[in-house]
Design a protein around this ligand. Sequence first.
Ligand SMILES: [Zn+2]
Length: 121
Amino acid sequence: MCTGAHVLEFLRYLDQFGKTKVHNQTCPFFGLPNPPAPCPCPLRQAWGSLDALIGRLRAAYEEHGGRPEGNPFGARSVRFYLREVRDFQAKARGVSYDKKRKEAQTKSRSSRRRRRSSSSS
Ligand SMILES: [Zn+2]
């Protein structure tokens, strides 16, 4: 059985393939979206990608007959983790995700519609 803990492990595992520079609080470029020089801070998965991924997996789980209350992608620990990632990345990169979030949602909604209509035959 997949649980929220497994989902968190999965999300942390994905970080190594990330392409988004997330500055540590000790970095002189903390809070700058475009640092003027290289720094040793790690590359992480952008919060927006993680959030969109979890949203898709959560919907897929329920589309395949999973019960919402047993949905590991909707677990409180997963939601908490995502919120933490968002808050930290917003601070580290000096960006606000509120506007971007709306754009990402409309984008994923329209692509889902496209996929569904092409698969129904
Ligand atoms: Zn840095």
